[in-house]
Ligand binder design. Sequence first.
Ligand code: HEC
Length: 159
Amino acid sequence: MRTHLLLIIALAITISSACRRETEPSSATSSPTASATASPDLVPAGITAVQNEMRLLHEAMRNCVTALAYGTLDSIPEGLHTVHRARELTEKALESGSYKLPKNPEKQLATFKDLDEQFHIELEKLAAVATSKDGAATGRQVGVVLSKCSGCHAQFKPG
Ligand code: HEC
């Protein structure tokens, strides 16, 4: 009887500590894409030009959801312009060869540039509809932009 009781207590402790581990914030939840580590003016040391641009893009798209939720559509273009400026740094890095695509580097550079060009056209459309303060059209265009992330990542993003 005593042994059973001890076993039950031991089991309860194991289960509760396992549950605690699941709910504790893991290091993965501390955002690896914090805007503090990205800049539209200069690629910070330790990350690539595309990582820099992508971190700003991530922030800008998160802000789109907030802007749609709170009716602050006029905050959208600014974030997108930041991405646009960071893209100029990416282009320089691609031209100078200081950025090499982490996946499919040589043969796919033209494909990457093409996808990137199409993508930025959609970002420009998003800035335009947000400026016109059309919430429904902005929501739709946010959807169009988000639908493009995974295609390019599948071809070019490592991991
Ligand atoms: C034209 C191609 C392309 C498109 C479109 C694209 N990405 Fe990326 N993204 C990349 C590449 C390439 C990397 C890997 C960069 C590296 O590791 O140097 C990347 C990496 C990232 C990262 C990780 C950055 C880091 O800190 O390592 C985030 C976040 C990200 N993308 C967000 C997005 C989001 C959100 C979208 C859509 C709204 C998107 N990307 C659309 C090419 C793209």
